[in-house]
Design a protein around this ligand. Structure first.
Ligand code: MN
Length: 289
């Protein structure tokens, strides 16, 4: 499906513009939690988005030593830097400069994510995508996607879209998921240019600006802000206009509308399943290396 800006006669408006929360995770990595737990229902099927970016080794060097996950998927996108990943299923990979790691934790993995650099810039994002109840206990799965293998589309206006998941302007993304139908685009938009993206009306959607500034239906979205896009039955998608040279993530997906029970790295549907996850982890059932 090729779509031009003309196909979107009514773009989604901005419902809220939010600033992320500075925090730290792992063994003390400084990051900004953009999508926080109180937004999980509103942005179902997405559970979390962290942005990390620093030239200071002290902010990232400790990394994320061995820790478990169950019940969802993690999507790590590196803009700059190198991170070594190892998991209990025997997978190992180097995530670097524009590459993506898509990991389905399913019934459980223990993994580490550790910087493989002593200095320089480390910048990227980690998105958590929920799994439907029926798939939470599936086998773990993972794929490293190098930068060169991420499909890219350049529009006549000079906008570059890296299509990590979903489909944009006729280009199929690196990953497709049937139930949640995620769209994950990294956009590079020249000043003054616009980018239109169809989004099904029932899907939840948000934009995170990490360089420059955008305007969406007249609402300014400054750098390091997330815009939640209003769900509008009459709208075919969104139109982004860059007011400066801009880089932004556009993320959308079909809500699961299932109960969410989270305790740290475990995301299930009920408190009972969370207790089971903790017991299984303590019993060593998330195979350890
Ligand atoms: Mn992890």
């Amino acid at each position: 499906m090729t779509t031009t800006i003309d196909a979107i006669t009514r773009g989604r408006a901005v419902e809220r513009v939010l600033e992320g929360h500075p925090t730290s995770d792992g063994a003390g990595v400084k990051l900004t939690r953009v999508l926080t737990q109180p937004l999980q229902r509103r942005l179902d099927p997405f559970l979390m988005l962290d942005a990390f970016g620093s030239d200071n080794r002290d902010d990232y060097i400790a990394g994320f030593p061995d820790h478990p996950h169950r019940g969802f998927e993690t999507v790590t996108y590196m803009i700059a830097g190198r991170m070594r990943h190892r998991d209990s299923a025997g997978h190992e990979g180097l995530l670097q400069n524009g590459g993506v790691q898509w990991m389905t934790a399913g019934r459980g993995v223990v993994h580490s994510e550790l910087p493989e650099q002593e200095e320089g810039r480390m910048e990227g994002f980690q998105l958590w995508l929920n799994l439907p109840a029926k798939s939470k206990m599936r086998d773990p799965w993972y794929r490293d996607i190098q930068a060169a293998d991420i499909p890219v589309v350049t529009t006549p206006e000079g906008v570059t879209a890296r299509v990590i998941a979903g489909e944009s302007h006729g280009v199929e993304g690196a990953v497709r998921r049937e139930v949640t139908e995620p769209l994950y685009l990294d956009l590079e938009i020249p000043a003054g240019a616009t980018f239109a993206q169809p989004i099904p009306a029932g899907h939840n959607a948000f934009v995170y600006v990490y360089r420059g500034a955008l305007e969406i239906e007249g609402t300014p979205v400054p750098v390091q802000r997330m815009a939640i896009l209003a769900n509008d039955a009459q709208s075919e998608g969104v139109v982004l206009r860059a007011t400066e040279p801009t880089r932004a993530l556009l993320i959308a997906g079909k809500p699961l509308k299932e109960p969410i029970a989270q305790y740290g790295p475990f995301v299930m549907n009920t408190e009972g399943e969370i207790r089971k996850a903790m017991l299984d982890y303590q019993a060593g059932l998330f195979t350890s290396r």
